[in-house]
Design a protein around this ligand. Structure first.
Ligand code: AP5
Length: 207
């Protein structure tokens, strides 16, 4: 089974994807994490993706579809996986359909004001990838990762003007996918407001 997590930037796809991954014992595949890692390492893929990501726009379909196809064929995803951040437009959704896998989509619904608040308070660890929130899940020591001790940073695309652009791109290109999966009868909608644990119990009821 391939689970697809949908929702606005900051809706909690990464947070819930991690919890679901631990619960089901299948990996979370985040195209955003894969692209950010490539940018950080300065690989050819990273050089192609960097500009679009900094502007809050989508990286080209051929690049992203290629990444996901390779992952889904890999041994690590043999028992399924949780897709976080893919598909992000109808072309990507159709490419995924052609792979002929069993899909289930979970749409985490959160109001726009709430995601803007969450993203401005998000801090991430550049070393181990841990995610914090200054308002709801701060690190024990200010600015320092609990897990590995590295100095926490704000994601480049969490600056307010880029967040606005990401939301605009989401409304225009990603939101139509919700209807696409509803039409196929494989969509579950979950209220994403509440603590991460509360949201996760709702997800567990439908996953
Ligand atoms: P990506 O990394 O996928 O970003 P996104 O979709 O904008 O999602 P986020 O990671 O910002 O948020 P999230 O929903 O995972 O929330 P999180 O759990 O972290 O993509 C980044 C960029 O890469 C794109 O803009 C694009 O350029 C490119 N890209 C990626 N995939 C692509 C694709 N398929 N095609 C083309 N381009 C692609 O939570 C957010 C914050 O809220 C955290 O601080 C967290 O601690 C907190 N939080 C979580 N849950 C709760 C809760 N219940 N209550 C309170 N706070 C909470």
């Amino acid at each position: 089974m391939i689970y697809i997590l949908l929702g606005l930037p900051g809706a909690g796809k990464g947070t819930q994807g991690e919890l679901l991954s631990q619960k089901l014992g299948i990996p979370r595949v985040s195209t955003g994490d894969i692209l950010r890692e490539a940018v950080r390492k300065g690989t050819p893929l990273g050089r192609k993706a960097k500009e679009a990501m900094e502007r809050g726009e989508l990286v080209s379909d051929d690049i992203v579809i290629g990444i996901v196809e390779d992952k889904l064929k890999s041994e690590e995803c043999a028992k399924g996986c949780i897709l976080d951040g893919f598909p992000r437009n109808l072309a990507q959704a159709e490419a995924l359909e052609k792979m002929g896998l069993e899909l289930r989509a979970i749409y985490i619904e959160v109001p726009e004001e709430e995601v803007v608040k969450r993203l401005s308070a998000r801090r991430v660890c550049p070393n181990c990838g841990a995610v914090y929130n200054l308002l709801t899940s701060p690190p024990k020591q200010n600015g320092v990762c609990d897990r590995c001790g590295a100095v926490l940073v704000q994601r480049e695309d969490d600056r307010e003007e880029v967040v606005r652009e990401r939301i605009r791109v989401y409304r225009e290109q990603t939101e139509p996918i919700v209807e696409f999966y509803r039409g196929k009868g494989i969509l579950e909608v979950v209220d994403g407001v509440g603590s991460p644990r509360e949201v996760f119990s709702r997800i567990q009821r439908v996953a």
